[in-house]
Design a binder for this molecule. Structure first.
Ligand SMILES: Cc1ncc(COP(=O)(O)O)c(C=O)c1O
Length: 470
C-alpha cells in the first residue's frame, strides 16, 4: 500500500515523531486537572499565551455587533460569507500592520500592500521557504530552534535545515564563526545555501537578539547574497529590557540597497494575542515577486473572512491594543518571575531571558552523564514520574545536553505552583539518591505508566537519535 503513496507523504522529514510532540501525546493521555485528575501530567511543553483572555473577552462583551457580524448596526453576514479574496480584507491588513508597528514601538512602518495573510506562522514559514528553496537547497538556522521548523520548512519544500550551532558559553548567541561553519557544512553536503532563518525573540531561549547580532547577520547575507527570514511571532512578548530590535529597524541602514529584497518577516497573532486557533499569520516582504507568488499560494491556507472582520475591529481599537500590549507584558513578566524563582528555590537556574512564553532551563547538573541519552533519561523521569511535560533541548536541536524548555503562560498560577512543588520534590529526592527519587515519586503517582527507555529511543526520529549518539 505504501508504494501507492507519495514519497513526501511517507518520508519522516516532518519531524513530528520528535520527543517534543511525543510529550504532548503523553500529556493528552493523562492531563492534569486540579480537581478531576490532580496526579495528571502538567502541560509545560506548549507555548500558548492564556494570560490575557479576560481582556479580549471584555472587549468582545463591549462590542456585540462584531460578534453578530454587524457593521454600524447593519448585518454584513452575506458580505463575509462570500468573501474569499486571497488579498485579504483591506481594513484587516491595515489594522494588522498598525498593530505590528505598535509592538515595535512605532519605530518602523509596514506597507499593507507588502503583506501576505496566511493561516498562522506555520503556513507563512512554509510558503516563504517554498518561494526561496527546494530540494538541494539549505536554510541555516541557529540552534536551539523551534521543533516545528523541521515540518514547516523541510517536509513539503524538500529543502534542508543546516544548524548554526550556538552554545551556552556566550548565552547561545550567534557568532561569525558559527555562521561560517554552518555555511561550510552545507557546502560540504553539496547543498546550496539560500538563506538564514532566525526567530527573534527566540523560541526556545526567550531572549531577544542584540543589535550587533542583527548587524552580523545582515553582513553575512550581504556577503553571501542569500535571504534572511526573521520569524517575529513573539515580538509582542518582550516583557523586560533589553528593548526589542526588529530586523525591520536594522533595514533603515540599507536604504535602496538590493538586500532589502532578501529580508522577510514572519508574524502571527498566535502568541502576542494568544489566538493560535484563529490561524492568523503573515509574511512581510519588500520583494514584489515573493509577495505575488506567496499571495497566490496563500489560497492553500487563507484566513477566514469572519476572523479578519473580527480582528480588524479589535486591532483598530487603539485604546484597547495599547492597554492589551502593556498589561499582557506585565502578566508575562510576573509569571516568568514566578517560574524563575520557583526553579531557583529548587536549585535550578535558567538562561536569563526577557521575552517569550517559556524559560530555557539548565538541568545539566541533574544528568547522570553529559550525553543526550542521559538527557532523554531525565526527560522520561520528568514526564512519567514527576508528571510534567517539558521539552528536551535535543528536540530543539540543542548541541549541549541538559537544557529543557519550560512553558509558563498556558496555565494558572496555581498549576504553576503545583509544577514547581513537584520539581522541587524531585530534585530533593534526587540529591538523596537517584533510586529513592524515582520510587518516591512513583508512590505519589499511583497511576504512573512506566515505559522502558529503549522504546523511547526507538521512537525518536532519526535526527534525535543521531544527536543522541553524538
Ligand atoms: C517560532 C515559531 N514560529 C512559528 C510558530 C507557529 O505558529 P502559528 O500558531 O502561528 O502557526 C511557532 C509556534 O509555536 C513558533 O514558536
Amino acid at each position: 500500500m505504501r508504494s501507492l503513496l507519495s514519497g513526501k507523504a511517507t518520508c519522516n522529514s516532518h519531524g513530528q515523531d520528535s520527543s517534543y510532540f511525543l510529550g504532548w501525546q503523553e500529556y493528552e493521555k493523562n492531563p492534569y486537572d486540579q480537581t478531576r485528575n490532580p496526579q495528571g501530567i502538567i502541560q509545560m511543553g506548549l507555548a500558548e499565551n492564556q494570560l490575557s483572555f479576560d481582556l479580549l473577552e471584555s472587549w468582545l462583551s463591549k462590542n456585540p455587533d462584531v460578534a453578530g457580524f454587524k457593521r454600524n448596526g447593519e448585518s454584513i453576514f452575506r458580505e463575509l460569507a462570500l468573501f474569499q479574496d486571497y488579498h485579504g480584507l483591506p481594513e484587516f491588513k491595515k489594522a494588522l500592520v498598525q498593530f505590528m508597528e505598535e509592538i515595535r514601538g512605532n519605530k518602523v512602518s509596514f506597507d499593507p500592500d507588502k503583506i501576505v495573510l496566511t493561516a498562522g506562522a506555520t503556513s507563512a514559514n512554509e510558503t516563504l521557504i517554498f518561494c526561496l528553496a527546494e530540494a538541494g537547497d539549505a536554510i541555516l538556522i541557529p540552534t536551539p530552534y523551534y521543533p516545528g521548523f523541521d515540518r514547516d520548512l523541510k517536509w513539503r519544500t524538500g529543502a534542508e535545515i543546516v544548524p548554526i550551532h550556538c552554545t551556552s558559553s556566550n548565552g547561545f548567541k550567534i557568532t561569525a564563526c558559527a555562521l561560517q561553519q554552518a555555511y561550510q557544512e552545507a557546502r560540504n553536503r553539496n547543498l546550496k545555501v539560500k538563506g538564514v532563518l532566525v526567530t527573534n525573540p527566540s523560541n526556545p531561549l526567550g531572549t531577544t537578539m542584540t543589535r550587533p547580532e542583527l548587524d552580523l547577520l545582515m553582513d553575512f547575507i550581504v556577503e553571501k547574497q542569500i535571504h534572511l527570514v526573521s520569524d517575529e511571532i513573539y515580538s509582542g512578548t518582550v516583557f523586560s529590557s533589553p528593548n526589542y530590535t526588529s530586523i525591520m529597524e536594522v533595514l533603515s541602514k540599507y536604504e535602496k540597497a538590493e538586500v532589502l529584497d532578501r529580508v522577510h518577516v514572519v508574524y502571527s497573532l498566535s502568541k502576542d494575542l494568544g489566538l493560535p486557533g484563529f490561524r492568523v499569520g503573515a509574511i512581510y516582504s519588500n520583494n514584489d515577486t515573493i509577495v505575488a507568488a506567496a499571495t497566490k499560494m496563500s489560497s492553500f491556507g487563507l484566513v477566514s473572512s469572519q476572523t479578519q472582520y473580527f480582528l480588524s475591529a479589535l486591532l483598530s481599537d487603539k485604546k484597547f491594543t495599547k492597554k492589551y500590549i502593556s498589561e499582557n507584558k506585565k502578566r508575562l513578566k510576573n509569571r516568568h518571575a514566578s517560574l524563575v524563582s520557583g526553579l531557583h528555590n529548587a536549585g535550578i537556574s535558567c538562561l536569563e531571558s526577557n521575552a517569550g512564553l517559556f524559560c530555557w532551563v539548565d538541568m545539566r547538573h541533574l544528568l547522570s552523564s553529559t550525553t543526550f541519552e542521559a538527557e532523554m533519561e531525565l526527560w522520561k523521569k520528568i514526564v512519567y514520574d514527576v508528571k510534567l511535560n517539558i521539552s528536551p533541548g535535543l528536540s530543539c536541536h540543542c548541541s549541549e545536553p541538559g537544557w529543557f524548555r519550560v512553558c509558563f503562560a498556558n496555565m494558572t498560577e496555581e498549576t504553576l505552583k503545583v509544577a514547581i512543588r513537584r520539581i522541587k520534590a524531585f530534585v530533593e529526592s534526587t540529591s538523596r539518591g537517584p533510586d529513592k527519587a524515582i520510587s518516591g515519586q512513583r508512590c505519589a503517582n499511583v497511576s504512573s505508566r512506566k515505559k522502558p527507555f529503549s522504546k523511547w529511543v526507538f521512537r525518536l526520529p532519526f535526527q534525535d537519535r543521531e544527536a543522541g549518539e553524538r
